[in-house]
Write a protein that binds this ligand. Sequence first.
Ligand SMILES: *Cc1c(COP(=O)(O)O)cnc(C)c1O
Length: 217
Amino acid sequence: MIKENVKKIMSELPKGVLLVAAAKTRTSEEILEAIEAGVQIIGENYVQEAEKAFGIIGNRAKWHMIGHLQTNKTKKAVRIFDMIETIDSVKIAKAIDKECKKLGKVMPVLIEVNSAEESQKAGVMPDDVISFIKDISHLENIKIEGLMTMGPFVDDPEELRPYFRRTKELFEKIRDMDIPNVEMKYLSMGMSDSYRVAIEEGANMVRIGTKIFGPRH
Ligand SMILES: *Cc1c(COP(=O)(O)O)cnc(C)c1O
């Protein structure tokens, strides 16, 4: 089933849109099945789960951190991940930079935008994103490569459209500013229910779990 799901989704994605298979709670066998069907990027929410899967699967895929990263997990995280999509504080940016320096590695990162300005949610408020990027762009061992957003929980994915649109507008604004060490390449938005709307609004990276692996247990 996983194989068929991956093939179907990949055949429908427009050229240039990258698929991240969101693998939280899935076994290494399930993840490998997705990779065999063509998935090249695995998204993980927890360092501990990622460590386990990475131990078995290793470099057969790229690994993206798509969950909130705690500072005390950065040392492990920078060894596993090829991209961290959820930067939303100077503290975590500096911690990643410091650990990457020790490894002689530059970590591609995305800034997580709290596009619906929900107080309880992770992400940088839209109005603060530019100053936040300017505050961390001097860090030499991270490279800002785009934006990521979740948007609010809604019943109808159409309701997410304004938040995706707002994030795309911010993405273009920052791109046109030509800030040193900042390159707006990736716009990560959209999940199983919403990726079609997200792509219409300019996403070029989608994070899909349920539609690949089935319902989470
Ligand atoms: C779980 C998760 C997804 C995928 O969600 P589905 O609805 O299962 O496709 C995408 N992004 C993040 C950050 C997630 O935690």
